[in-house]
Design a protein around this ligand. Structure first.
Ligand SMILES: Cc1ncc(COP(=O)(O)O)c(C=O)c1O
Length: 333
């Protein structure tokens, strides 16, 4: 089976498991886990922010950002095709008493009509507490938002939270340090459990008072982990060994896109391929096509009535790309 459903499916490598086995650990709720402390300091510095907080998942990281930035009743502006709006269970509304104010998303991942969605000062109105961006943008096909766009959004004068589940992919694709793409966000969430190949773990970074507030909320949500250094060690290993290699995943995705677009009845559903995600339109119901592909030995996911997503990752080698293309062509014959 060639599994192209998501980059969350990677298995920890033997070297990563080795690093986990030898991790120095302590009780992280007491602030005494040396591996977690090293990871938090390292990622905060990488992203150019004062402080960081290790969390189990990207969803929790994004939720903590909303809880720490906003008050009950605030509106949180997010894209109508963002992961935070579509795939996080409405958590900021359920747990933070905030409302999602969605705006349309451009095919390239930028938010449209952003300025018009910001509330003026009036006691009748909810307050706008936060703007959320996503980079790379998952449902825009892993496209990269550039630093100039980030600066434009920051200039609107509100706190900006960046869902950077795949920010390392964005930085490698753009050829810039990851801090360049984080600079204009007040807070950033990054995941180690996607393209970087760690089994578990994400990080929220931002100003020290914001991170202290997020740390309170993490505890309330039951996210205070004890000897979490075994997980932090996997993330540290990923930062040492799995960042530059993301370029291979991007090259595989480009190869895949070229091959898929050449199959009759398949059209690329995104303007370009920047990173490790390729979404195609198969011009017929996606579900039976997903099933047919699985029977041929290629796993993918449907992301719209006629849309199918392919994601390359650490577990996909160069030989898997032509093999997958052959199987897709057979399934669609
Ligand atoms: C863009 C984006 N943000 C956030 C998340 C949530 O991460 P997690 O599954 O670790 O909660 C995902 C998960 O795939 C994602 O694609």
């Amino acid at each position: 089976m060639i599994d192209l459903r998501s980059d969350t499916l990677t298995q920890p490598t033997p070297a990563m498991r080795e690093a986990m086995a030898h991790a120095q650990v302590g009780d992280d709720v007491y602030g005494e886990d040396p591996s977690v402390n090293t990871l938090e300091a390292r990622v905060a510095a990488l992203l150019g922010k004062p402080a960081g907080l290790f969390v189990p998942t990207g969803v929790m990281g994004n939720l903590l950002a909303v809880l720490a930035h906003c008050r009950r009743g605030d509106e949180v502006i997010m894209g109508d095709r963002s992961h935070m709006f579509l795939n996080e269970g409405g958590a900021p509304s359920v747990l933070g008493g905030t409302a999602a104010r969605t705006v349309p998303t451009a095919p390239t991942g930028e938010l449209l009509d952003l300025a018009g969605a910001i509330r003026g000062e009036n006691i009748h109105f909810p307050r706008t507490g936060l703007i959320c961006l996503e980079n790379t943008h998952n449902y825009a096909g892993g496209l990269v938002l550039d630093a100039a766009y980030m600066a434009e959004v920051a200039a609107l004068g509100l706190p900006v939270h960046l869902d950077g589940a795949r920010l390392f992919n964005a930085a490698i694709a753009a050829g810039v340090p990851v801090s360049t793409l984080a600079k204009d966000a007040t807070s950033v969430m990054v995941c180690f459990s996607k393209g970087l190949g760690a089994p578990v773990g994400s990080m929220v970074v931002g100003p020290a008072p914001f991170i202290l507030e997020a740390r309170h909320w993490r505890k309330k949500l039951g996210g205070g982990m004890r000897q979490a250094g075994v997980l932090a060690a996997a993330a540290l290993h990923a930062l040492d060994h799995h960042v530059d290699r993301l370029a291979e995943d991007h090259a595989h995705a480009r190869q895949l896109a070229v091959g898929l677009a050449a199959i009759p009845g398949v059209r690329l559903a995104q303007p370009r391929v920047d990173t490790n995600i390729v979404i195609v339109d198969v011009a017929r119901p996606a579900a039976p096509v997903v099933e047919a592909l699985a029977l041929e030995g290629v796993q993918v996911v449907g992301v719209g009535p006629t849309l199918i997503r392919f994601v390359t990752h650490l577990g996909i080698g160069a030989q898997d790309v032509p093999e997958a293309l052959g199987r897709v062509a057979r399934a669609l014959r």
